[in-house]
Write a protein that binds this ligand. Sequence first.
Ligand code: ARG
Length: 633
Amino acid sequence: MLCVLQALTRQLEEALERAFPEGAAAARASGASLDPQLAPASKPEFGDFQANGALALARPLQQPPRAVATAIVEQLAADPAFTALCLSPQIAGPGFINLTLRPEALVAEVASRLADSRLGVPLAGAAAVVGGSGAAPDAGGAAGIVAPSPPAEPVIVDFSSPNIAKEMHVGHLRSTIIGDCLARVLAFRGHAVLRLNHVGDWGTQFGMLITHLKQVAPEALTTADAMDLGDLVAFYRQAKQRFDEDEAFQTTAREEVVKLQAGDPVSRRAWQLLCDQSRREFQLIYDRLGIELQERGESFYNPYLPAVVADLETAGLLVTDDGARCVFLKGVSGKEGKPLPVIVQKSDGGFNYATTDLAAIRYRFAAAPAGDGACRVIYVTDAGQASHFAGVFQVARRAGWIPEDRRLEHVPFGLVQGEDGKKLKTRSGDTVRLKDLLDEAVERADADLLRRLEEEGRQEDEAFIRHVATTVGLAAVKYADLSQNRTTNYQFSFDRMLALQGNTAPYLLYAVVRIAGIARKGAEGEAEPLDPQPADAAFDAALVFSEPQEWALVRHLLGFDAVIAEVEEELLPNRLCTYLFELSQVFNRFYDQVPVLKAPPEARASRLALCRLTADTLKLGLGLLGIPTLERM
Ligand code: ARG
């Protein structure tokens, strides 16, 4: 009900203006405005919204808060647009104004959602209309109120971003799942989203790897498909060990990096082959999870590194410290209180992870076609990289690469832990391979399904079982990750994520199947000759709700757009998960306590409409989490 909130805010502002013209003028003169502080009601008994502004305004307006509230309410009562939306406002406590929407206004909103595939979520930049296209005529002045929303802008989500020649680990899985969800929500809001895979495909590790492979497995550097990622990872480990122990190896490896960075054709070809091998393995995971990503690895920014140094030099930010070129950070100090540097160029002339990120920021905000011209750049990585990003962001700001009002955000997440609370490991103590993890989720979902089919005495074919088990298994992994507040660590538990009860994917997928089934069954009934109403006019003209459980469901359904706006702003997918979980609970209360299919005709059509809207909201919401739904399960 965001557009209602916006419309009411404006009506309240206008009421304040009329009630206190001098106070409003004074506020304007100082660059402020009188803020009614309208928010969703903190408790259902307070109605739908509450305006708390009278308390803060008492002092500047030099009146007791209740008098301020009374004056506002008097003005509201004289505004036909307001009285069309709300019942008469209640003043509570020291001067809170409680607002309750008229049933007709709620009904008009429901009608408009039923006719809107976006379920009331406006496109960024598009004007929202209270009451929407399907507004019932009796909504009066509510229809046609135009509320502006922010313009669409190109947004970059940098996520997943594994490293070549290393195994993609659970941290990358989290980044992939969270990043994909955020990209989906932003795209649904109408932003041009660039999903970038900032793979680690550059740097010293290639020097080690190529040097080592030249000696032990030269065919891997000249032949495509010579080995799989598992071998590559093992070779990388050996190379790293040699690098740490053997000085001669170190020197050769460093020379190899220089050759690669200088564009030596043999080194380049070897590098290309190594990248291809990793890429193929990563793609298998992305395909399974339905993730789309554009690869733009660290190497992409190689040509831009000198410009980074030059810019920082010009800005007077570079300091040579122990041979390395650094920018010392403001407000950040290390162990002995010394300011911490971001190292831009090492003493041997080499660049590092931070330099590449500086080049990436510079490029992403630079105007097209020399850059992406992004308005918002979002990085989804583990919280362990928070200080890296804080440092790099600070340097980029001071370098002047980030135009005013553009946003640069690190979206950190916690660790994935085993059920013992320690870092997730296999039983033998190795790091968990993502492929194995996804396989196990699907296998367990398969076993659960077979057990359930057996209990219910159902027969299903092979294809059905495979489809359901795959969908449920992968959905469980995704949802378990997304439903946690991402900033905390989370414990990975197959049992918990696959449970059919609780805040889990299987529970929600099952709710969709059940609710869509009810809506379908009802629609079939609707077409019976007994029903005098043509199907399409059935609810539009005659949505009637009387039971508290119906109104509770209506209000929850209408909160969808606000949740999407919140996720867009705060980048917390768990908000959407909680909303969907609560929606299915509110629905269950409604369905348990209010007859639907057996209700009298006029109530039946309205209740079926609520079933349909609930199913549609769950489907759309799960879709934005990257979770496809099922027809049957
Ligand atoms: N490759 C990095 C890692 O595995 C993540 C990169 C995140 N993105 C970035 N622009 N730094 O930790």
